[in-house]
Write a protein that binds this ligand. Sequence first.
Ligand SMILES: NC(=O)c1ccc[n+]([C@@H]2O[C@H](COP(=O)([O-])OP(=O)(O)OC[C@H]3O[C@@H](n4cnc5c(N)ncnc54)[C@H](OP(=O)(O)O)[C@@H]3O)[C@@H](O)[C@H]2O)c1
Length: 286
Amino acid sequence: MTIPTFKLNDGNEIPSFGFGTFQIPADGSTYQAVKEALAAGYRHIDTAVAYFNEQEVGQAIKDSGIPRDQIWVTSKLWLQDFAYADAKQAIDLSLQKLGLDYVDLYLIHQPYGKVADAWRAMEEAQQAGKIRSIGVSNMTPKIWQKFVPNFDVVPAVNQVEFNPYFQQKGIRQIMAKDGVALEAWAPLGQGNADLLKEPVLTKMAEKYGKNAGQIILRFEHQEGVIVFPKSVHEDRIKGNQDIFDFELNSAEMDQLRALDKGKGMHDPDAPGVEEMLSKYDVHVND
Ligand SMILES: NC(=O)c1ccc[n+]([C@@H]2O[C@H](COP(=O)([O-])OP(=O)(O)OC[C@H]3O[C@@H](n4cnc5c(N)ncnc54)[C@H](OP(=O)(O)O)[C@@H]3O)[C@@H](O)[C@H]2O)c1
């Protein structure tokens, strides 16, 4: 199976479908899950310094024997490392843990504090060939306007919470002006049972011989959104990517667009979020 790619605003082609690794522990489970995903045909892995599992992601990639240039690898810089010199060091540490010479995409994970410094370090790492594409995450319209107009390089992506219940209409309009791709975190609503049981999804699932998760992921794909659902179960890892043999029609797309509640689980603009995230130490085991 060939997974379609989307072209980013910097010219790079990203596999539109990948594998997420948030909350998979580094006790062998990440290695196993990534190994299964690669064997099932996934060629895009999303990790982060803050997931503490880069090492196992890298080992699974290495052991797969798949040529490096056929796998898209994303990692993310934590806000504790946003000061310029710290960011440079953190990028090298990420590469070291992953066992790679470069990452395909590196993101500002949480957009608070010394974002401008971090971005400059990322721009330089891109020029040095350590990162192919650079992007941001969790940027709302308010946060975007605060930082992005001052960047030299426009982000290639913004990775935000996105699923049928939270379709991010505001930030998508802003991003569209610069051709910035949207990457979905929680594309399945982190397994939200209410979402997966929506009658409109059940009906479409019956019609196409798919499950509700596959209908959601297909909807997101047709919306031009890059997805990387996470699972530690081999049947789901295999099943989630089986969405490229059917197409939702425009009436069905509209029905799914109508599920939007305009609100997600996480509000990056909420008071106290920056303070809470600033307490998280990603170097506790280094
Ligand atoms: N930038 C950020 O701040 C940020 C934040 C969160 C996530 N992310 C990235 O985005 C990726 C995806 O988001 P996510 O992991 O939070 O949520 P998700 O992919 O929407 O959902 C994962 C959850 O859904 C379950 N699941 C998987 N496939 C399913 C299916 N077919 N039917 C029912 N349930 C299913 C999984 O359980 P099992 O594992 O038990 O199958 C898991 O609990 C992450 O892994 C991470 O790489 C980024």
